[in-house]
Design a protein around this ligand. Sequence first.
Ligand code: ADP
Length: 487
Amino acid sequence: MAVTQSTPEAMFIDGKWIESSSAKRIPVYDPSTEEILAEIPDATNSEMDTAIAAARRAFDLDGWPQTTAQERGRILFRIAEKLRAEAPQLAELECRNTGKPIVEAEYDIADAATCFEYYGGLATKVSGTVNPVPDNALSLSLKEPVGVAGQIIPWNYPLLMAAWKLAPALAAGCTCVLKPAEQTPLTALKLAGWLPELGVPPGVVNIVTGFGETAGARIVESPRVDKIAFTGSAAVGKLIMKSAADTLKRVTLELGGKSPNIFFADADFEAAIDGALFGVFINQGEVCSAGSRVLVERSIYSKFVEAMTEKARNIKLGAPLDRETKMGPLVSREQYERVCKYQQLGRSEAKVAIGGGQPAAFKRGYYVEPTIFYDVDNSARIAREEIFGPVATVIPFEDEQDALRIANDTPFGLAAAVWSRDIYKALRMVKAIRAGIVWVNHMQPTYVEAPWGGYKQSGFGRELGLHGIDEYLETKQVHINLNEQPI
Ligand code: ADP
């Protein structure tokens, strides 16, 4: 049934708000109060199929891929402008729904706008090549959109992840079926409501809500979807890859990490402490690239743990909308319970410098204490498994070789950081670390212009930058015979 107004109770399919036929509703919470903010549908298979059919039609029949790159670029610029104009309400909504501090939510919305702007500009720069074949022929490589993209995103950066997925896909000429995380669908739905007025034709972007095992799985198994772009856990990434194999879809996966943040004794000490804290505690540690393994050279180890602990005491937990708040609650009860279990495990596997439990000050909300475990062995579960919460594991190392051995001793390979004033040493580490992103004397800076993605079990494919659009393009070889007479 089509409904007229944009309400979170409905899904955005084929340019319209559609109420789900299923009576089942998924509650969406404010994690700081545990109150319900909205209820969203768990799309049925047939509703998901309707969304996929709309995207298919928009791609195959309605001419979205044939719109000029300039036209698509302008639409993306308009989306960027709209996000900027609506930033205050979007940031507040994101903040309420995820529990992240308002100041961080504001950055996210600004970054989402920048992402649309970047790909708006890039739309007109996609071009093919001429191949130097040894014949009287013209050989071309043309770039064409891959088709219908199924996009499945997590709850830690809801609107930003939607932007990372939608912007390059639309620039390339793909159409999209995007499923937000069931915990945090509100900002993506807000964006959906503006798309018609910004010039996005019906069916080009469909935003469909539901659980992963139902709505998400349906996108992945559909033979009418050409590509899956997924950001989420490694466990679900593996399921997606298996399921996508049946229809040989193109798949890009941005999965978890256990990223090493490596501190040599010659690093700027104050900057290092800030980098260690920021790396693991930003966004409550709910970050795929969190520097959750803090590797510290033995000669500064005790001093480092002490200083990190002292500064961590000043991290102000509080209401997400309070501008003084530095850390909010975790996103959901499920995540809270998961992190609490790891805190408990950590108490048996290592020593506690600070935290390790739940703050007494909060009667409600999924708050956990910023936690630093030290004297952690890299083989401990808290050093090997992604916790996705504000839990640092500090591990001492003896020298460069030892640091490298520990850094690479993980199934993951998303990010790493190296802190040192010795440029030779830092660059040797950069070359030898097996990760898709390596920062030097910095932690977590992320730019839409630079590629993002992992090695090893952190997934494959790259988002952002020039690489980001490539993942939504196919290459077609064209051979043009230039001999007028038969050869
Ligand atoms: P987390 O455990 O942190 O919630 P997930 O990897 O489970 O991370 O979720 C990331 C996204 O993947 C969410 O949108 C979720 O609904 C979706 N998802 C979960 N399970 C599946 C699945 N089996 N198939 C497709 N999508 C899924």
